[in-house]
Design a protein around this ligand. Structure first.
Ligand code: FAD
Length: 427
């Protein structure tokens, strides 16, 4: 008899709670990863995130090889893969960490049914957040929809237990199943290496984070986002560390959990406005305008630099993400779902909860969102946050003082946005 630990968005051996419990159980543990066709089929063959997953799995496999074990990697529809694993092995138990996205919840439920029918025990754990699901709620048990009280409650609860327990399983690594499974190449799974790479994370700036985080030319943010997305760092370790380092930085990590609990409690936000009153807004949704936004040719340097950074690197600085998102929804009156979908294709750190949450924030349709009458002026944003044009020049090689002609004039677009929102919002 064996047990399985199923890696998903927790691609590390270190402080991995589901893995810890698997190794503690009495069966030898086969570490498994499934390249899920349902997710992969819609991605381009050189998707950078698939390359990153493959690279992270290779690292885990190297660590496992040193102790006489190896990763078992499968590809297919997860349900089919599990059915054949149950035929191939005598599987007593399966361990995995929870994933709170609607698709994942549904997938895991279906797989647990299959396991149950086979008399296989399944156990799932909270790993990607400090507090999940309904752990942080208002006094009446309902979810928070405003960030600050959520954060206060989160901090109060965290402080009562800080530091949260970490799960070092090194002592139990001998419980991995002895194996020599072959690691498929990217080509084997139908993909190819991407020229775009995930950067290592960087935490050197942390003492001054609050002063420098908003200036894209300084490029001093942590680059943790893809690592948090794929679990190549542990949220517990990071939060225990950040708690003593910088409140503003910690607060960003709490925003991450806020949007995760919003997605969990209100899964409709994936496609629909959180505020239903905004459903009546008449978006212009002009396809030519959308193309100019995507390609970074709007004539507004800050917007164009951001979109080019995204297209070339799979990353965009947070301040600039806010500017381009506001520009799309307000200046061009294109519904946030279009921008969200474009970011989802391009971002290395694409995270459903954060992407939808932030897009709805920018559009004004979300919980605790920017008020609809607040329309970022891209030129003022540039003056404030990239005064010398260093960021802009980095991404727009042809930039000079006479750069382009804005595709829409700011004052007109601002008035149009406010009037359109006002007319569309149901009282
Ligand atoms: P740092 O400033 O070093 O922040 C540290 C960590 O805090 C981040 O890695 C992230 O996990 C978390 N964080 C920071 N800001 C936010 C935020 N506003 N919301 C939620 N978590 C946050 N972030 C994603 O991880 N995935 C997305 O798909 C995503 N889409 C976004 C779309 C828009 C329109 C906007 C405005 C923001 C989006 N963000 C998203 C949030 C933010 O821009 C990125 O998390 C950040 O830029 C990542 O860089 P960093 O790790 O260097 O950030």
């Amino acid at each position: 008899e064996v047990s399985f630990f199923w890696f998903r968005r927790d691609l590390r051996l270190e402080d991995n709670i589901g893995l810890f419990h698997a190794l503690k159980s009495k069966y030898p543990v086969i570490p498994l990863f499934i390249f899920d066709d349902t997710i992969l089929d819609s991605l381009p063959k050189n998707d950078a995130r698939v390359s990153f997953i493959h690279e992270s799995l290779s690292k885990i496999n190297t660590q496992l090889r040193e102790i006489g074990s190896s990763l078992l990697i499968k590809k297919g529809k997860t349900i089919d893969v599990w059915q054949s694993l149950l035929e191939e092995f005598d599987v007593a138990a399966v361990f995995f960490n929870k994933d709170y996205e609607p698709y994942a919840i549904q997938r895991d439920r279906a797989i647990c049914e299959v396991l149950k029918a086979n008399n296989t025990i399944s156990s799932s754990f909270k790993d990607q957040v400090i507090f999940e699901e309904k752990e942080i709620t208002k006094a009446d048990g309902l979810p928070y929809t405003v960030y600050t009280p959520f954060k206060n409650k989160w901090l109060e609860k965290y402080k009562s237990m800080a530091p949260v327990k970490e799960y070092d399983a090194t002592d139990m690594f001998t419980n991995f199943y002895k194996s020599n499974f072959a690691l498929p190449t990217l080509e084997h799974i139908g993909f190819e290496e991407s020229p775009i790479k995930v950067k290592p994370h960087n935490l050197k700036f942390i003492a001054n984070y609050q002063d420098i985080r908003d200036f894209p030319a300084l490029d001093q943010t942590s680059y943790l986002s893809p690592h948090l997305r794929f679990g190549t760092v542990s949220t517990r370790k990071l939060v225990n560390w950040a708690f003593h380092k910088n409140d503003v930085f910690l607060s960003e990590l709490i925003w991450r959990e806020f949007f995760m609990q919003i997605l969990f409690s209100f899964p409709k936000v994936v496609t629909q406005n959180f505020k239903a009153a905004y459903d009546g807004i008449q978006w212009r949704n002009n396809e030519e305008d959308f193309k100019r936004w995507c390609s970074g040719t709007t004539g507004y340097p800050m917007v164009d630099a951001g979109m080019r950074q995204l297209n070339e690197t799979g990353y965009m600085h947070n301040r600039v993400r806010m500017v381009v998102a506001s520009f799309l929804c307000k200046h061009l009156l294109i519904q946030w779902q279009w921008g969200e979908a474009y970011f989802a294709q391009k971002l290395l750190d694409y995270e459903l909860s954060a992407n939808v949450g932030n897009w709805q924030w920018a559009a004004g349709t979300g919980c605790d969102a920017a008020p609809y009458f607040r329309v970022f002026n891209p030129e003022i944003q540039q003056k404030k946050f990239d005064e010398k044009g260093i960021y802009i020049r980095k991404w727009i090689s042809e930039f000079d003082l006479g750069y382009g002609k804005p595709m829409v004039e700011h004052a007109m677009a601002r008035d149009r946005a406010i009037a359109t929102y006002k007319a569309g919002i149901l009282k």
